[in-house]
Design a protein around this ligand. Structure first.
Ligand SMILES: C[S@@+](CC[C@H](N)C(=O)[O-])C[C@H]1O[C@@H](n2cnc3c(N)ncnc32)[C@H](O)[C@@H]1O
Length: 391
């Protein structure tokens, strides 16, 4: 579904991700997803509905059998990813471990470790993972024997983003592929934050869903999580898949990042929520992009105030940047989001308005797009490719 670069397409299939028939083999560049979490009570009903042996194991109060049965359901989805993800594609899986007391046995169910081995069995190479801090403020967050040793338990306040690649490093061969990659670059300071293995800055999500049953089954992750991963592991115009779409956060982040997307979700009740989130996306996403640019300008202003060097000037927007890899980095805003069919959308992009980017820090002799010191001294007019286009 690679589309015209100034437009992206988004489709949601209400189907069981264990058989993603509508998704063609090798058509997916990146998967960003969060499955139902085995052994977290809110997902018991979903797992029992998908395989009755899960219910039997829970009734027998056999925790590890239930854990294994739940994972076997997910294994079938990971196997499907082996089919739909193209060689050189990435998979990012957000997952938390579970703790649970069954009979008198309190123990940890290590979901992340179980998924890592399943993904490896399906031919995906594990890459360094991210742990993100998911703080809980619940008054009863400390479990066990309180202030008395030795029966208290550490509180789980983190989740994982497991990262995998199918096959080797992605190659960008043609001039247009290279230009697309340069336009999809992120800022130096974002690289420093995003590629750290611990993320402390993600905020939890308030579940603003009116329907109580749907709210019970929604466990949306923060928008920043798929947005960051999409920008880290794909380029504009790529196709991003979420096999466990829920409220559609991955699709929204793909729309905001000028990537196409395909989503699968087993519960059709989510259609209305996804639709209403899409209708509010344009302003939200454009503001999000504006804030990204504004954070960059603050970063540069601080550097300049500290008399630290800033060597390059970005071509499409004219703001100073740290490295030559950011010269072609190009933002666009969402112009129009159109519903083109049942559970289908098309997004059209427009260039970022000049006033959003022009107010870079005043020209200064610390900004030098031609300097040879510490860089290659490339001039902005020397950059190959068509950076001025949207992609
Ligand atoms: C943790 S939630 C995903 C939340 C999502 N990331 C968001 O931001 O809203 C997992 C979702 O997977 C769905 N699900 C469970 N089993 C599924 C299956 N076999 N196929 C497709 N979707 C499934 C659930 O209905 C639930 O919406």
């Amino acid at each position: 579904m690679k589309s015209d670069p100034v437009k992206t397409e988004h489709v949601i299939h209400f189907c069981d991700a264990r058989k993603m028939k509508p998704v063609s083999s090798g058509s997916i560049d990146l998967v960003v997803t969060s499955p139902p979490y085995p052994m977290i009570a809110m997902w018991d009903e979903v797992f029992c509905g998908l395989d009755s042996t899960v219910g039997n194991a829970l009734l027998k109060r056999n925790g590890f059998q239930a854990f294994e049965r739940m994972h076997r359901i997910l294994d079938r989805v990971w196997k499907e990813l082996g089919r739909v993800v193209r060689t050189e594609g990435f998979v990012c899986i957000n997952i938390g471990d579970a703790v649970r007391k069954i009979r008198d046995d309190f123990c940890l169910y290590p979901n992340h470790a179980r998924i890592m081995s399943a993904m490896q069995e399906n031919g995906f190479m594990p890459l360094p993972a991210v742990i993100w801090r998911k703080q809980t403020n619940a008054p009863n967050k400390f479990m066990g024997s309180g202030m008395l040793p030795a029966g208290a338990y550490v509180t789980l306040e983190h989740e994982y983003v497991l990262i995998f690649r199918k096959g080797g490093k992605r190659e960008f061969m043609t001039e247009s592929e290279k230009a697309g990659r340069r336009a999809s670059a992120f800022f130096w300071e974002e690289r420093n934050q995003w590629f750290s293995d611990v993320w402390f800055d993600l905020k939890g999500v308030r579940q603003d869903i009116c329907d109580k049953d749907v709210r019970k089954r929604s466990a949306a992750y923060p928008f920043e999580l798929p947005y960051r991963l999409i920008n880290m592991y794909s380029v504009k115009g790529d196709v991003v898949l979420d096999p466990f779409a829920g409220t559609g956060t991955t699709m929204l982040a793909a729309m905001a990042s000028a990537r196409n997307s395909v989503s699968c979700e087993i519960a059709p009740e989510f259609a209305g929520i996804i639709d209403s989130r899409v209708s509010g996306l344009k302003d939200f996403a454009n503001n999000y992009i504006r804030e990204r640019i504004s954070r960059h300008k603050d970063f540069i202003a601080e550097r300049m105030a500290a008399k630290k060097p800033v060597k390059y000037v970005n071509v499409p927007h004219g703001f100073p940047v740290m490295t030559r890899q950011e010269l072609g980095l190009c933002f666009e805003q969402l112009g129009r989001i159109e519903k083109t069919g049942e559970n289908r959308y098309e997004v059209t992009y427009v260039p970022v308005a000049a006033q959003e980017t022009a107010a870079a820090p005043a020209a200064s002799d610390t900004v030098d797009s031609t300097s040879k010191k510490g860089g290659t001294g490339i001039k902005k007019t020397e950059i190959p490719g068509s950076q001025l286009s949207l992609f």
